[in-house]
Design a protein around this ligand. Structure first.
Ligand code: HEC
Ligand code: HEC
Length: 172
């Protein structure tokens, strides 16, 4: 078979793109890890993926459609994560799942969807999540608002902060 130039170019691109995940620096940032290794095939953001596709049963995370144990599935090579990255990913997926449940049970009734609430009312100032108009630090405010346990506040604050990414939500 004689290969045409466009075919060769396409093959070269395929070869490059299939090597690139290995060439990428091993990232410990769970958001980047999800973006680099999972979002190509799943939804853009872990929170949507978790909401649509992951459940908790007997203390384990389970795929909604497959009923597979997510840790075992990833450990067997789905998503091509190293053992350390499987741990980072499991911690991330678990905290996203917990935060979603906490927000649903304690906050949605007054504030609606977390993403809309965060983007309209909150922002980041000096790396701290604050009320966009009040300037209150959210972690402080939640000690007396919303009836969360102390340990749950951090989970919810981290999840809300991840809804206001990048410079557009940075307040000065
Ligand atoms: C090359 C594409 C691809 C990549 C990359 C990928 N997945 Fe998947 N994933 C799939 C497909 C297709 C399915 C559904 C078929 C199956 O169950 O194998 C799936 C299923 C799953 C399921 C089960 C969902 C359910 O409802 O049962 C989980 C959990 C999952 N993936 C997590 C991840 C995570 C986490 C990453 C990143 C580390 C990742 N996947 C990367 C293609 C991919
Ligand atoms: C019963 C209704 C109600 C519930 C439940 C509730 N909130 Fe609120 N929340 C409000 C109201 C009303 C305000 C604005 C008035 C105020 O500052 O107290 C507010 C303000 C806030 C603010 C401050 C925003 C700013 O501008 O500083 C944050 C952050 C917040 N809520 C988060 C939460 C979270 C997270 C939960 C769940 C754990 C929650 N709230 C549960 C009604 C509620």
């Amino acid at each position: 078979m004689r290969l045409q130039f466009p075919t060769l170019v396409a093959m070269a691109i395929l070869a490059l793109t299939s090597i690139s995940p290995v060439a990428l620096a091993q990232s410990a940032d769970p958001h980047e890890l999800y973006e680099q290794r999972c979002s190509g095939c799943h939804t853009d953001h872990a929170r949507d993926f978790v909401q649509e596709s992951i459940l908790r049963a007997d203390g384990k995370l389970i795929g909604r459609d497959s009923s597979m144990d997510v840790r075992a599935f990833l450990a067997r090579g789905h998503g091509k994560l190293s053992a350390a990255e499987v741990e980072v990913m499991m911690t991330h997926l678990t905290s996203v799942l917990d935060a979603g449940a906490l927000f649903r049970d304690n906050c949605v009734i007054c504030h609606g969807r977390a993403v809309l609430f965060a983007r309209s009312q909150l922002g980041i100032r000096n790396e701290v999540l604050v009320g966009r108009y009040s300037g209150h630090a959210v972690a402080e405010f939640l000690k007396t608002h919303g009836r969360l346990e102390a340990a749950e506040i951090g989970v919810v604050v981290e999840a809300l902060a991840s809804q206001v990414p990048g410079d557009s939500y940075r307040l000065n």
